[in-house]
Design a protein around this ligand. Structure first.
Ligand code: GTP
Ligand code: SPV
Ligand code: MN
Length: 588
């Protein structure tokens, strides 16, 4: 393999090794031969298990400590010199204090283990968007996952040897000690330290930690944006291609929308969907004044439960090979995987996500953890877009915000303009999910789906959105959707999944100035007749309900926004103005 010669890199790795004291340091170059060797070690030690290699070639099974099954927001910290720079929504510890605290935890944390050094790129190396990181870790799960989720190859090493800057990522699973778990970010030093977890978003440091928390900080300083957004391409029968981004909180439907399978009626007409990204977007303004997006990741870390050939066939086809399954149930008869709402019978002879004997017929508890996941190469996805591979930005026509709201939010509405859209994003709320530790199903405000991922002061983050809008001559239209509205029996009223295309088509027509809309206090909305319902069994009364805005409920919503905004001491005036307009319109 090409050797890393950059002395800054080598000094840093030596320093981290002197602190963590591993038995040895192994550089990872991403080659199949080396990854196969590393995989073998994980199978020998039991860190991971091999699944049925005929049915699921290249697939592995991984189980975490039952207390380490999701992102841990309470233990996630932004460490700056001044508290003000972390802002009102982040946990903060003064940077030097946090280094001192964590140096004690990292001291000897890798004793008897191997330290793997993984140079990786977020984005295609060599493109305008790409950023390099190096993750040092004592977890083989992390090595194999990073090789799927990021670009790990010789080009990255070449860039480092040419003097490229990099994010310094240090991870040790240590003893998976809950009390001493930290996921700490030092944006001012381009550094991330994570200890005592071995789960996804806490430890795959290229993802939420670099691509969002450090990324958003870099974006603010360098004039671009890092967002919790999917990217989707829609081709219509007239040959036009459009790209949209969507920001929904964790486990609220990004992967599913990104891989949307059009209803038969639209497929036959020639509508086609391709997937550019399912979780993270990096966005820059192009010379033409439009907003361009790339997906900096190289794989999908998707929610397993609910994924079936009916709900998301493209995801099911993506995970047939070279995939890591975490905390799902296992079928012991044929050594395959299972989860709730997979659309196939539960195993009679199985094991639940904690490895306990489990029989789907008699079980009262879930087989798979609600936040169980698959980690799969994006290249496996049947709908992956060509643009994903070039790493060049795609021009964004629409930005969609959304969340899980049983009652308050209509199926879709459109912002009057960019600043109104920024207000909508800043005020959005969603019911919490199993993707993060804590209570599930409680409504919380989650601006732009970035509450857990903004690496700096959120007041300034809102201002950055307003400022970016001012720099664009042709900004995307902004929309808000809610696939999760329920009726009086608590059943979802909207079929969701592939049928979400029906809502996307109205949006695209709005972007093209073609579709009708009515004005509501929230913005523009389609009339029921503006939504294509061909081939869908839904009556007009239901559609009307889905699109309705209940002013009584919105009295409480407004109170909720007011309370939430109290956290922020310098909200942009454009947001305040748009909130005032909403209050007036709701009172009319
Ligand atoms: P993260 O990876 O945590 O960021 O989540 P995500 O936003 O990508 O969510 P994902 O697409 O994985 O969906 C999460 C859960 O919501 C899954 O169980 C899906 O089956 C379900 N879901 C997704 N889209 C829809 C929809 O349109 N309607 C309904 N009812 N459920 C949906
Ligand atoms: C999310 O929680 O938004 C995820 C999963 O995409 S994790 O990588 O764990 O953050
Ligand atoms: Mn996510």
């Amino acid at each position: 393999m090409t050797m890393v010669k950059n002395q800054v890199v080598l000094d840093w790795v030596n320093e981290m090794a002197a602190m963590t004291k591993p038995e040895k340091v192994v550089w990872v170059d991403g080659s199949k031969e080396q990854l196969d060797e590393i995989k073998k070690i994980a199978l020998e030690t039991g860190e991971m298990m091999e699944l049925n290699q005929e049915k699921l070639p290249g697939c592995l099974y991984y189980r975490t400590n039952p207390k380490d099954v999701a992102r841990d927001e309470k233990r996630t910290v932004i460490c700056t010199r001044n508290k003000e720079d972390a802002g009102p929504t982040n946990n903060w510890v003064e940077a030097s204090e946090m280094y001192a605290r964590m140096e004690k935890l990292f001291d000897g944390a890798m004793k008897g283990r191997t330290m793997y050094a993984i140079p990786f790129s977020m984005g295609v190396p060599g493109t305008e968007f790409a950023k390099i990181g190096i993750e040092l870790t004592d977890s083989i799960y992390v090595v194999l996952s990073m090789a799927i989720m990021t670009r790990v190859n010789e080009k990255v090493i070449e860039e480092l040897n040419n003097g490229a800057d990099f994010t310094r990522c240090l991870h040790s699973k240590a003893q998976i000690n809950e009390q001493e778990k930290y996921i700490a970010h030092f944006p001012e030093d381009n550094t991330i330290w994570s200890i005592n977890s071995a789960y996804g978003g806490n430890v795959l440091l290229g993802k939420k930690c670099l691509a969002l928390r450090i990324g958003s900080y870099l974006g603010k300083n360098e004039g671009w944006m890092a967002e919790h957004m999917l990217i989707l391409k829609i081709e219509r029968p007239d040959g036009s291609a459009r790209y949209v981004c969507g920001a929904f909180p964790s486990a609220c439907g990004k992967t599913n929308l990104a891989m949307l399978n059009p209803p038969e009626y639209f497929r036959e007409k020639g509508y086609k969907i391709s997937t550019v990204g399912d979780d993270i977007s990096w966005l820059r303004i192009g010379k033409d004044g439009r907003l361009y997006a790339v997906n900096p990741e190289n794989g999908f870390f998707g929610v397993a439960p609910g994924t079936s050939m009916k709900s998301n066939p493209n995801a099911m086809l993506t995970i047939q090979k070279d995939t890591i399954f975490t905390n799902v149930a296992r079928n012991l008869d044929d050594n395959t995987v299972w989860w709730e709402k997979m659309g196939v019978d539960a195993p009679e002879n199985g094991e639940d996500w904690q490895g306990r004997p489990w029989n789907g017929k008699t079980a009262t508890e879930k087989g798979a953890h609600p936040n169980s996941r698959f980690t799969a190469p994006a290249a496996n996805c049947p709908t992956i877009a060509d643009e994903f591979f070039t790493g060049e930005g795609v021009p964004i026509s629409a930005i969609i915000f959304g969340g899980r709201r049983a009652k308050a939010e209509p199926l879709v509405h459109q912002a009057r303009d960019w600043n109104h859209g920024v207000f909508i994003g800043s005020a959005m709320a969603s019911e919490t999910t199993a993707a993060a530790n804590g209570q599930v199903g409680v409504v919380r405000h989650d601006p732009m789906a970035m509450l857990p991922f903004c690496g700096y002061n959120m007041n300034d983050y809102f201002q950055h959105w307003i400022d970016m809008g001012k720099k664009m001559t042709n900004p995307p239209q902004i929309f808000h959707v809610n696939w999760f509205r329920t009726d009086e029996n608590d059943e979802f009223m909207w079929p969701g999944f592939g049928d979400n295309l029906r809502v996307l088509l109205w949006m695209l027509d709005r972007c093209d100035g073609k579709a009708e809309a009515v004005e509501t206090p929230l913005g523009y909305e389609p009339r029921p007749c503006d939504i294509h319902t061909e081939g869908l069994d839904i009556d007009e009364a239901t559609l009307e309900k889905l699109l309705s805005v209940d002013k009584e409920i919105w009295k409480d919503e407004i109170k909720g926004i007011e309370e939430f905004y109290e956290k922020f001491d310098h909200l942009p005036k454009e947001i305040v103005e748009n909130f005032e307009i909403l209050k007036q319109k709701m009172a009319e």
